[in-house]
Design a protein around this ligand. Structure first.
Ligand SMILES: [Zn+2]
Length: 475
């Protein structure tokens, strides 16, 4: 008996879009069949005119729990994600206590199993070489290293603040075969440039800081250079985050051309928010304005997305309260920066597709297949192949939405894209065969209790020759 038939949609598979019906049994994709195939199904969803993608897989969540649950928790964060088309999230270790050993990892997993609506994993801190082995054994999905410090959310307790720290972390992580995500950042240069600007009498506002943090290419690209070099020496499976500097993109492209196992992600706030939005909306939309004002840099980013230099679009879903980010205007060096993304991000990106900035097939790979491969859960996640989890998102490419705070399910309750009109929206999210969100609303019930599964670490890269770019690895 088939539980669910998704009828008449246009399915985006890695090769080419196909018009086919999806059959689901026991939370798993049972088969793809033609529209005329006679099958008895308990439920049929009409997907005529809709695009069918694998549920989105995000490798950059900040669920803020434990420690900062006034910003977000596993329930609200997973609701926002599900409504936004995601069926898998993996979060970062900068919580309180930070995820630095087996106990903190287990405690966090237990909380998330209780609260999350959808499947998930946890990246543990990779900055403490002495606990790497126990974290791998306890099931960490991978590791995250912050080369940046300076205070929460860039918690100094888990910062790798020197080359020696980074080297020792890579050395400890490489034998686990797990992915190592790095926020590349030259903290010493950033501190130097900051000191000079502030000594010259510039105000401590976001504008002064962003000219260094966002605009000084060398602050990012020199760290990317070091991380790639250490990867080449030690063989750790390196995945670089926040890839938006021209110099970083050039170095990653060159490393891939040499056959190194380096992948990269970008989070869209960096190439989406505009100066106009910054003027109109203030701190909530600060992050990207300088980049979208720089045509050469924007073009470099779009080209890197199109040619596979950037492998993954992640969310950096990073909620804070509006009061907290307002501090950006007072002292940006001590303020907490970041924005909730899950509710709106896919719509912003579908709007890009509708504006011909990138093809839907490319976007699908960046949001589903590539992230699932990096954590070793492809094709069970990130595909619609028979025998894999029935994680599905149905998309209406014609639907228009005005992005406003009142629609937001994230506990933070606001969107950095406030007031934008976008075309293209997820209309239904299915997690292992069960509808969890429809038209931006959560479909909840007692049967959803403790339904989420934890995606533990899969050792893929112990053999150095297996450290190849995601797009070239066997599927
Ligand atoms: Zn982040």
């Amino acid at each position: 008996m088939i539980d669910l038939r998704v009828r008449g949609g246009l399915i985006y598979s890695p090769e080419a879009p196909i018009r086919s019906d999806l059959l689901v049994r026991d939370g798993v994709i049972a088969a793809l069949v033609g529209p005329d195939e006679e099958v008895t199904a308990a439920e049929t969803i009409d997907a005529d005119g809709l695009v069918v993608l694998p549920g989105l897989v995000d490798l950059h969540a900040h669920m803020r729990t434990p420690g900062y649950s006034h910003k977000e928790d596993f329930r609200t964060g997973s609701m926002a994600a599900a409504a936004g088309g995601y069926t898998t999230w993996v979060d970062m270790p900068n919580v309180d206590p930070p995820t630095t050993d087996a106990d903190t990892l287990r405690d966090k997993r237990e909380l998330a199993l209780e609260e999350s609506l959808i499947d998930f994993g946890h990246f543990a801190s990779g900055s403490n070489p002495e606990t790497i082995a126990e974290l791998a054994k306890a099931g960490a999905t991978g590791f995250k290293i912050f080369m940046i410090g300076g205070g929460y959310p860039h918690d100094d307790r888990i910062a790798a603040s020197s080359d020696a720290d980074l080297w020792q972390s890579f050395e400890a992580i490489a034998p686990t075969g797990l992915p190592c995500l790095v926020h590349p950042f030259n903290q010493a240069l950033f501190d130097l440039f900051s000191e000079k600007e502030l000594a010259a009498g510039r105000p401590r506002t976001f504008h002064t800081r962003a000219e260094i943090y966002t605009n000084r290419d060398v602050v990012w690209s020199s760290a990317v250079e070091t991380a790639i070099h250490f990867h080449d020496e030690l063989g750790v499976r390196l995945h670089l985050l926040h890839t938006h500097a021209v110099g970083s993109i050039a170095r990653i492209r060159a490393a891939k051309a040499r056959g190194l196992g380096v992948t990269a992600a970008i989070d869209p706030k960096y190439f989406h928010l505009t100066e106009e939005e910054m003027q109109r909306l203030g701190p909530r939309s600060y992050h990207g304005a300088w980049i979208t004002g720089d045509e050469r840099r924007l073009e470099t980013i779009w080209n890197a997305l199109a040619d596979g230099t950037i492998d993954i679009i992640d969310s950096d879903h990073a909620p804070h309260t509006l009061d907290e980010i307002a501090h950006m205007n007072v002292d940006a060096w001590k303020a907490q920066g970041g924005s909730p993304q899950y509710d709106d991000l896919l719509m912003v990106l579908l709007d890009d597709v509708n504006r011909n900035r990138l093809p839907l097939a490319t976007l699908a790979r960046l949001l589903t297949e590539n992230p699932a491969k990096l954590i070793g859960h492809y094709p069970n996640k990130g595909s619609l192949l028979p025998g894999t989890d029935a994680d599905i998102v149905l998309i209406d490419m014609e639907k228009t939405t005005r992005l406003t705070d009142d629609r937001i399910l994230s506990k933070a309750g606001w969107t950095p894209y406030q007031g934008r009109n976008v075309k293209g929206a997820p209309v239904r999210t299915i997690s292992r065969g069960r509808t969890v969100a429809r038209d931006g609303q959560i479909v909840d019930g007692p049967e959803m209790k403790r339904r989420a599964r934890f995606l533990g670490g899969v050792a893929q890269f112990k053999d150095r020759s297996a450290c190849r770019p995601v797009r070239d690895s066997a599927s």
